[in-house]
Design a protein around this ligand. Structure first.
Ligand code: F6P
Length: 741
């Protein structure tokens, strides 16, 4: 249809030109023909007149004009000559042949012969009128009138008009045919060329795709440049890179992904309902994943499938495990998936948190891999994949698979929804190949993840480690230039997308808490406050942080009574013996420090080992002089970004572990090595003494970074890449269909 319209654009001007030309040409042509015939008849007439002049002279001079009748009749045998008339010197008609029109006098004949065309129309037909003088012996002139039948001229004109029409139509047809054939040929070549360019640019082209036809390099480069310009223009229209907002993300979904269905699947749910003293209490879990995904889901309005882990989760959802969130102004659907105690123990505590978690974090905790855990991990992953498939309404939804709990889900989903766009994100670090090889099911995990269209990591280093791991452990082809891993004819783009937080911060849906209350409660003597906000996890470097504080108070006793550490330790993985033991060790350590440096009215460390609401955490961020993130290893760590976002007063110092992914983005923080106690305590001291102006300068710069690289940008970049992949696949499919047709 498009090709037809394209050809019509050429044909229409041709048809119009030919029609206009014909309309203009007809009268001109007829006038010309008439002139030619007229000249011809005049010539013939003068020849006849001169041939007859002698006879006419004799007869008229002898006043016996009627003697000329036989001559006139013989002359009339010429088929084109219709009638003859003879006028005497006085202008009277002396002789006429039978067909001569009685109403035509000599003077009228002379008048008609002088105009162009010299034409007489009577009841019997139309005639060409010509008069010729015949000199007489008397010195006067007789005049012969010749009337030629014009019907033959009209017949010829009609005939030539028909020939002309046939000629114009044939010419039109030949032009149309030439245009159609050449347009078809150029279209094919053009499409082949475009396809070649697209395929060469397409990072997820399957190896089976036939090699694109050779087209001139300049031309290909030109098309690619044009495509890039179009893309840039589109992005510019979408807004500058620095201002990603929920609204922009929503519009990206509507425009680039045409509002396609979005499904998020993760182990952790965004809202947990528990029974507390006979009442249902909702709380948001301490999870970087939830902090990041929740605002994205609000913007995208999709479905979030997650494990319903709260004791009151079943009674707060409908019969399908569904509930709308947030409860006061619903923006997306949470679909809870129920796990048995056995499943939870094998899949979550077992394979995910005793196996993969310590394997991926360099925290020197030995991973434990048990066959039974693996079996449960596999079957639970299948259950999550089935839930995703059950939730899809279209055959090409966008599915966002989150984290190490669900590594097998991408391939499981891909099997049933081959056209789906599966974007997987690995929130924790990816280890070195030789470390990952320790997992007995490393190949299955890698294959599961390679069911994704895009596989995202927090840092470039993690994505590179993944590619190296595939290179070492799997029979796959790696396109290093485009960062694409080819496995079983499917390409997966491996990219780094540093996760972040919402900016501006989402409304808390809770009454805000004054941070001055915290100062009064924990730092009455205007002491400096250090905060640590973590899940109670051994990777967070909490004991190391305590050791650094102890070292500082030991070396700088002037700070005793003037410095407190408020350590929030959100309960985590409480069923796991390792975590229980870790909590006990931590409590003992805190007790020891408090006994050593505490005094009446002063306790250097407050271990707040309970859930804190969003509002409580915000108040802590605002009350702090220093925020300490001392993870031994962390995918990203969003606590530091939340602290920065909360400090619109541009006050406060961030101490950030060099082993947290966030350290790559925040060089203005004071970098610390949690394995080096002196380094850490020195950094705490530096932070305590940092001038206001320096604090402000560093904080302002970090706020700019987090504001720009917010979570909408994180999701926006992934969705943009995904939509580009989808677009390329659609173009590729159309081009293939077109070529088959
Ligand atoms: O922040 C990284 C992360 O792995 C999250 O993805 C996850 O929610 C959390 O840590 C682990 O905590 P939990 O086991 O309570 O979900």
């Amino acid at each position: 249809m498009k090709l037809f319209r394209f050809q019509l654009r050429f044909l229409l001007p041709v048809v119009i030109t030919l029609t206009v030309a014909s309309l203009l040409a007809f009268p001109a042509m007829e006038a010309l023909t008439q002139r030619w015939f007229s000249r011809d008849l005049n010539l013939r007439g003068s020849l006849l007149a001169s041939a007859m002049s002698e006879s006419i002279n004799k007869a008229v001079s002898a006043e016996h004009a009627d003697r000329l009748r036989p001559l006139f009749e013989r002359t009339l045998k010429d088929e084109r000559l219709a009638a003859l008339g003879l006028c005497g010197p006085d202008g009277t008609l002396l002789l006429t042949t039978p067909e001569y029109p009685v109403e035509l006098s000599c003077s009228q004949a002379n008048a008609l012969a002088g105009v162009t065309p010299p034409r007489l129309v009577t009841e019997t037909g139309s005639f060409h009128v010509a008069t010729h003088q015949i000199p007489l012996d008397s010195g006067l002139n007789a005049e012969i009138i010749l009337l030629h039948d014009l019907s033959f001229i009209e017949r010829r004109t009609l005939l030539s008009r028909q020939y002309f029409v046939i000629f114009v139509v044939s010419l039109g047809l030949i032009i149309a045919l030439t245009v159609v054939v050449s347009a078809q040929l150029s279209w094919n070549t053009w499409m082949k060329g475009i396809r070649g360019v697209l395929l060469r640019q397409d990072v997820v082209r399957t190896p089976k795709t036939p090699a694109p036809p050779e087209i001139p390099a300049d031309f290909a480069a030109d098309i690619r440049a044009q495509l890039r310009d179009l893309e840039d223009e589109y992005r510019r229209k979408q807004g500058g890179d620095e201002y990603w907002t929920a609204a922009r993300l929503r519009s990206l979904l509507r425009t680039q992904l045409r509002g396609d269905q979005v499904i998020v699947v993760s182990n952790r749910e965004p809202c947990i309902h528990d029974w507390v003293d006979g009442n249902i209490v909702a709380h948001s879990p301490a999870s970087g994943l939830v902090t990041a995904i929740e605002p994205v889901m609000r913007a995208c309005s999709g479905t979030w499938i997650a494990h319903g882990s709260g004791s009151a989760d079943a009674v707060t959802a409908d019969g399908y495990g569904r509930l709308a969130l947030p409860p006061d102004s619903p923006e997306y659907t949470l679909r809870r998936l129920w796990l048995s105690k056995e499943e939870e123990a094998g899949y979550y505590d077992g394979f995910s948190n005793s196996g993969l978690w310590p394997l991926c974090h360099l925290a020197h905790t030995q991973p434990v891999f048990r066959e039974t855990d693996w079996q449960l991990y596999r079957s639970v992953n299948q259950r999550f994949a089935d839930a995703v498939i059950a939730e899809t309404r279209i055959d090409d939804p966008v599915i966002l698979v989150q984290d190490y709990h669900l590594a097998l889900v991408p391939a499981m989903v891909r099997k049933h929804l081959p056209r789906a766009t599966v974007i997987s994100f690995w929130h924790i670090p990816w280890p070195a190949p030789e470390t990952f090889e320790i997992c007995p099911w490393h190949a299955e995990i890698l294959q599961g993840l390679l069911g994704s269209t895009i596989l995202g990591f927090q840092t470039r280093q993690h994505s590179q480690s993944f590619i190296q791991t595939v290179d070492r452990l799997l029979e796959a082809r790696i396109d290093h230039e485009h960062s694409v891993v080819w496995f079983h004819d499917e390409g997966t783009l491996i990219e780094s997308y540093p996760i972040s937080i919402s900016w501006p911060a989402m409304e808390a849906h809770e009454p805000s808490i004054q941070h001055t209350g915290i100062r009064q409660q924990y730092a009455p003597n205007n002491s400096k406050i250090i905060i640590g906000i973590d899940r109670l996890d051994y990777i967070k470097g909490i004991p190391e942080r305590l050791a650094a504080l102890e070292h500082l108070l030991e070396r700088h006793p002037e700070w005793i009574g003037k410095l407190v550490l408020l350590q929030v330790a959100a309960p985590s993985r409480e069923n796991m013996p390792d975590y229980q033991a870790f909590k006990s060790r931590l409590e003992l350590q805190v007790q020891r420090i408090n006994t050593r440096f505490g005094k009446p009215g002063y306790q250097p460390v407050h271990l707040l080992a309970r859930y804190h609401s969003h509002a409580e955490i915000q108040a802590l961020y605002r009350a702090a002089d220093i925020c300490m993130v001392s993870s031994l290893h962390d995918g990203m760590n969003l606590v530091c970004k939340e602290f920065i976002a909360a400090r619109d007063d541009e006050h406060g110092v961030l101490l950030l572990s060099q082993f947290a992914g966030a350290s790559r983005e925040l060089p203005e923080a004071l970098s610390i090595n949690p394995y080096h106690v002196e380094n850490m305590s020195g950094s705490i001291l530096k932070a305590l003494l940092m001038p206001e102006a320096e604090q402000r300068e560093r904080m302002a710069s970090m706020r700019m970074t987090v504001r720009e690289a917010n979570v909408f940008r994180w999701a926006g970049r992934m969705l943009t890449d995904a939509s580009r992949q989808r677009l390329r696949r659609r173009v590729e499919q159309r081009v293939r269909r077109y070529h088959k047709a």
